[in-house]
Design a binder for this molecule. Structure first.
Ligand SMILES: CC(C)(COP(=O)(O)OP(=O)(O)OC[C@H]1O[C@@H](n2cnc3c(N)ncnc32)[C@H](O)[C@@H]1OP(=O)(O)O)[C@@H](O)C(=O)NCCC(=O)NCCS
Length: 147
């Protein structure tokens, strides 16, 4: 994936983001959710582009020394090739530049793949949010990393 580019998310990316989102999550974000992240003042919204195709994305928000990863997904055909890692590295670097120290995120309790992914970045489970998700109803693990 030498030709992978990480860049800011744009309005014109939204249709592709919706495709990846719908195939990755049972309660996908809406187009409006992505548009809000593109224009959020205290946020970072990025995409991974390979051969001019968007194949992954990540969104985070921050306030003072705390950040929250709101969304992160990679097109299923491109998983386990380091795309998620490139998105995370970029996100964490940008959050650090903005003064963040603690980064939080929620992940489905059954999503062991994503949990293993976040553990690669030093994230650990620090709490549990009961019935946080629907379809199917499930708890979220709250994970935290330091940057
Ligand atoms: C989680 C996700 C973003 C990871 O993206 P990715 O591009 O596949 O991640 P990488 O290739 O950079 O993986 C880096 C390392 O994380 C770990 N990892 C990633 N996916 C994993 C999985 N499914 N199971 C176990 N470990 C995993 C591995 O250690 C991997 O290194 P390796 O491939 O050399 O073993 C991707 O699986 C995805 O989009 N999942 C669906 C959406 C989702 O669950 N998002 C998170 C919501 S909280």
């Amino acid at each position: 994936m030498a030709d992978l580019v990480i860049r800011a998310m744009r309005e014109s990316d939204v249709p592709v983001l919706m495709e990846i989102e719908r195939s990755s999550f049972t309660t996908p974000w809406s187009e409006l959710s992505f548009l809000s992240e593109i224009y959020r003042k205290n946020g970072i919204a990025i995409v991974a582009e390979f051969e001019q195709n968007v194949i992954g994305y990540a969104c985070a928000t921050y306030l003072l020394h705390e950040a929250h990863i709101l969304n992160l997904a990679v097109h299923h055909e491109f998983r386990r090739r380091g795309v998620g890692t490139m998105l995370m590295n970029h996100l964490l670097r940008e959050l650090k530049k903005r003064g963040c120290v603690f980064v939080y995120l929620e992940v489905r309790a059954s999503n062991s793949g994503a949990q293993a992914f976040y553990q690669q970045f030093g994230f650990t489970a620090v709490g549990r949010r009961k019935k946080y998700y629907a379809h199917p109803e499930e708890d979220a693990l709250l994970m935290m990393g330091r940057i």
